[in-house]
Design a protein around this ligand. Structure first.
Ligand code: DAT
Ligand code: MG
Length: 149
């Protein structure tokens, strides 16, 4: 089953939106399999965002993600990558669909509240980067067969 890394970034944590993000993902039917509240080291931030190195917003992005604690989670489900990206909304909050988290709570691209993996391949890489194998909880819910076909 697909796994995706979800971060409630420092702005989301400061604004008290951890519960909101979790509520929306739970309500959607996704299954939480790992979570930790943590400060992000510069090294982790630079590895996580290495694809953006050299871009004009890179330094600001690293400063932002390391500025205060984040809530890091792994969620799983069929099509979890696409489903979670959709629940988060487009990168720029003013382009995010109404009803998405970035639309409903955000205005600026540099304060867009959440991160979610953008492909199955990156999901695997990011989960490995942020979590150790023993931190991933493999479990089932009684209700799973009413959500996963
Ligand atoms: P996403 O977070 O939707 O996966 P991304 O991977 O393209 O978006 O970029 C990572 C983060 O970098 C994004 O959440 C906010 C920041 N960012 C991206 N494009 C930006 C831009 N044009 N100006 C400022 N910040 C930007
Ligand atoms: Mg991205």
């Amino acid at each position: 089953m697909e796994k995706t890394l979800v971060l409630v970034k420092p702005d989301g944590v400061q604004r008290g939106l951890i519960g909101e993000v979790i509520m929306r993902l739970e309500r959607r039917g996704l299954r939480l399999v790992a979570a930790k509240f943590m400060n992000v080291s510069r090294e982790l931030a630079e590895t996580h965002y290495s694809i953006h190195k050299g871009k004009p917003f890179y330094d600001g992005l690293i400063n932002y993600i390391t500025s205060a604690p984040v809530m890091a989670m792994v969620w799983e489900g069929n099509n979890a990558i696409a489903a979670v990206r959709q629940t988060m909304g487009s990168t720029k909050p003013v382009e995010a669909a109404p009803g998405s988290i970035r639309h409903d709570f955000g205005l600026e691209v540099g304060r867009n509240i959440t991160h979610a993996s953008d492909s199955v391949e990156n999901g695997v890489k990011e989960v490995e980067l942020w979590f150790q194998a023993q931190e991933i909880v493999s479990w089932q819910r009684e209700i799973d067969h009413w959500i996963f076909e």
